[in-house]
Design a protein around this ligand. Structure first.
Ligand SMILES: NC(=O)c1ccc[n+]([C@@H]2O[C@H](COP(=O)([O-])OP(=O)(O)OC[C@H]3O[C@@H](n4cnc5c(N)ncnc54)[C@H](O)[C@@H]3O)[C@@H](O)[C@H]2O)c1
Length: 348
């Protein structure tokens, strides 16, 4: 199997490592920064291709990873789908519900193997959390947070638009703020645990001269319960399960008990394993599982390669990516209008 990579920045190196671990050849890479693209290509023995349209049309490639900034995903996904390539697209899949709808429709029409890079779903602790939530339901409450290390964030040029009107680095890279950068993974995990909500309320905050939020509260309303997610940054750098400033956690409360999942810093999977705490009403027992270190990127790439090689359905797929984009879009509308947004998400 041969693949191409579009976008050779921070996240691409995890795709590269994942393909290398799976024994897949990276034959071509593309980046708008030619120096960077050529450097990465040389390191891999791959060809540098300046135009992504040419890369996706190469007949020797079966699949592409889209690792460019989120605002570029729509056009690149549509081109890759049209060229008949399987796609592993970084999250968020697109920058809005309307864009996501286009990608979903195109992928379905073409029958594309399409996976969105919500790699936390592959963590063994997250897989086990899903089993425990099903066992200890029915669910009546979810609390979740994704706080990342954020000392000095309220005075960072990365979040401030340029004097020339250009978007901040974060907006240019992720298309949006804390909800998209931190929150999207947790929204996807909650979808995987309990399905999709029927309504959304939200508030977002940030310094007045920033073009995206650095703190967001999201209420995901289900028929029988509500999930509360806060996505933010904290200046105290010893928060979280490992006291390293990575403070990301989902607590699911069911009539049969409580399940708490603590993740580890996204870009340092070798540092520690995720933690799962299970509290069971029937036995009054509390069990703490400390999982072995697991690299979610390697696991997600391996799953994608298996789908492309064996034709197994990709997951999380374009619908899952669409679902997260719908929630984020609705959250921004709810925050701007002060009104609850109804959500209608169905795979059919
Ligand atoms: N899965 C995760 O946990 C995770 C973590 C970080 C970033 N991301 C996502 O990965 C994507 C990229 O983020 P990053 O941190 O690697 O950003 P980055 O800025 O480090 O890298 C982006 C690269 O893409 C190149 N590029 C810019 N526009 C391009 C275009 N139109 N076509 C081709 N290349 C282009 C840039 O020159 C740069 O080399 C974003 O969608 C982001 O949301 C996901």
């Amino acid at each position: 199997m041969r693949v191409g990579i579009i976008g050779c920045g921070g996240i691409a190196r995890f795709h590269v490592a994942g393909y290398q671990a799976a024994g897949v050849e990276i034959a071509a890479v593309c980046d708008v920064d030619a120096d960077r693209g050529r450097q990465v290509a040389a390191g891999l023995g791959a060809e540098y291709v300046a135009d992504f349209r040419r890369l996706v049309k190469r007949p020797d490639l079966e699949a592409v990873s889209i690792c460019s900034p989120t605002p570029a995903h729509l056009e690149q996904c549509l081109a890759a789908i049209a060229a008949g390539k399987a796609v592993l697209c970084e999250k968020t899949m697109t920058g809005s519900a309307r864009e996501a709808e286009q990608v979903l429709a195109a992928a379905r029409e073409a029958g594309t193997i399409f996976q969105v890079a919500y790699m936390k779903r592959f963590l063994p602790a997250a897989v086990r959390a899903r089993e425990e939530v099903a066992r200890l339901g029915p669910v009546f409450s979810i609390q979740a947070r994704s706080f990342q290390p954020g000392r000095g964030i309220e005075d960072s040029d990365m979040w401030r638009p340029g004097a020339d009107g250009k978007p901040s680095w974060v907006k240019a890279m992720a298309g949006a703020g804390a909800l998209a950068t931190n929150g999207s993974h947790i929204i996807d995990l909650i979808h995987g645990l309990v399905g999709h909500p029927c309504g959304v309320c939200a508030t977002v905050h940030g310094p007045a001269d920033y073009d995206v939020e650095i703190d967001a509260h999201l209420l995901m309303e289900y028929p029988d319960f509500t999930a509360h997610l806060e996505a933010s940054f904290h200046p105290y750098l010893k928060t979280g399960a490992n006291r390293d400033g990575w403070d990301e956690w989902i607590q699911v409360n069911g009539r049969g008990g409580r399940v708490e999942l603590f993740t580890v810093q996204w870009n340092e999977p070798e540092k520690a394993g995720a933690i799962l705490r299970v509290y069971e009403v029937a036995t009054d027992a509390e069990t703490c599982y400390v999982f072995d270190r697991a690299n979610g990127f390697d696991l997600e790439v391996a799953a994608f390669v298996a789908s492309v090689s064996g034709g197994a359905a990709a997951s999380p797929d374009a619908f899952d990516g669409y679902a997260v984009d719908v929630i984020i879009d609705a959250a921004y509308q709810a925050a701007a209008s002060g009104c609850r947004q109804a959500i209608r998400l169905s795979r059919e």
